[in-house]
Design a protein around this ligand. Structure first.
Ligand SMILES: C[S@@+](CC[C@H](N)C(=O)[O-])C[C@H]1O[C@@H](n2cnc3c(N)ncnc32)[C@H](O)[C@@H]1O
Length: 327
């Protein structure tokens, strides 16, 4: 369970004692027939989704975030997911996706993640079950190089809603702080940008192309050994935009618990299902750490920052603290 790591490596791991401790904090619903919201709210559920999906309470979630196994050969701590044809993958999606949509409130939203290979099946299953209103492209920067193909460095996140006339979307909460290159002025004053000691910045409305988020790596305090862990910054954008404060976020393939952890950090409630016990324990450890370290890398002062701006963010926080004490 524990490997030797470099001193600066911040990957979250478990000692044997922690494994026992956090095992006691996770839940198994196999024996419960009539599952109620209080059985699952703010809990990490260690079950196979297929064993419980039909027994979960209907319409409880404001937001569903789904990061399923993609149509690839991939091992998740002993569970081997096998790549198949598009039709076979669609059959797999049809086993759980419609039931998952039935767990959303009538005004709820859903995001479904995938790569180029499974994205057409994802679009199809989304269109069969809800109204698709966007596809976000995440340029995840890293990707394995290939000699006879283009390196795969992007993912899709499909955005669907149940009711186009009634859904929650708070665009103000997901604005981006970007460096300004062309500094236009009107009557001698900056137009839509701010001059600071560290440079010129503009707050912009976010588009559906996300190039400001790296995948977690060993020097980041959110990192675990999960093979496909999503960045907290990415999940934070989805939650802030599409779930009101105190609302409920549901993740049926929770992995290392990124959705639950970010929901907790942003004052939302969560429900996470994951069939691997060790991943569930990582989730519980991350949830406990979130009490002491509520920050989300790349999100501070209520805005999302570009990559590699940590020193600018620290400078701004320090400046705000000094301004507050400077009466
Ligand atoms: C792509 S990963 C999710 C990673 C997650 N977003 C994170 O940030 O760590 C998919 C997860 O689904 C889990 N999984 C696959 N099939 C499952 C099933 N039938 N029931 C519950 N969990 C399942 C795998 O163990 C894996 O951890």
């Amino acid at each position: 369970m524990t490997k030797k790591r470099a001193k600066r490596n911040k990957t979250i791991t478990l000692t044997p004692d922690e494994y026992i401790y956090f095992s006691q904090k996770i839940y198994n619903l196999k024996e419960i027939n009539n599952i109620k919201i209080e059985d699952i709210l703010n809990k990490t559920i260690n079950n196979d989704l297929f064993d419980i999906i039909n027994r979960l309470p209907k319409q409880f979630a404001d937001l569903v975030i789904i990061d399923p196994p993609y149509n690839l050969n991939k091992e998740f701590n002993g569970f081997k997911f096998k790549s198949s044809s598009k039709n076979q993958y669609l059959d797999y999606l049809r086993l759980w996706f419609p039931q998952t949509v039935s767990l959303l409130k009538p005004n709820g939203s859903l995001y479904l993640c995938g790569d180029w290979k499974c994205t057409s099946a994802l679009q199809q299953i989304m269109e069969e079950n809800m109204t698709v209103i966007n596809r976000i492209t995440w340029q995840r920067e890293k990707g394995r190089g290939a000699l006879r193909n283009w390196k795969n460095a992007m993912e899709d996140i499909w955005f669907g809603i149940k009711d186009p006339k009634d859904y929650y979307f708070d665009v103000e909460s997901v604005k981006q702080k970007r460096k300004v290159i062309a500094t236009y002025r009107q009557n001698g004053k900056p137009k839509d940008w701010e001059k600071t000691e560290k440079g010129n910045f503009r707050l912009t409305y976010p588009s559906n192309f996300w190039d400001d988020i790296s995948i977690p790596y060993w020097s980041m305090s959110e990192n675990t050994d999960h093979p496909t862990q999503k960045p907290e910054k990415l999940i934070a954008k989805l939650i802030l935009a599409s779930c009101p404060e105190n609302g409920i976020v549901f993740d049926p393939f929770a992995g290392s618990g990124t959705t639950s952890v970010v929901a907790k950090k942003l004052n939302r409630q969560y429900v996470g299902i994951e069939m691997n016990k060790e991943y569930c324990c990582w989730t519980e450890k991350r949830l406990q750490l979130a009490d002491k370290e509520p920050d989300i890398q790349g999100y501070s002062g209520g805005v999302f920052w570009e990559r590699n701006t940590a020193n600018l963010q620290i400078a701004e926080i320090k400046k705000k603290q000094t301004d507050c004490t400077d009466f």
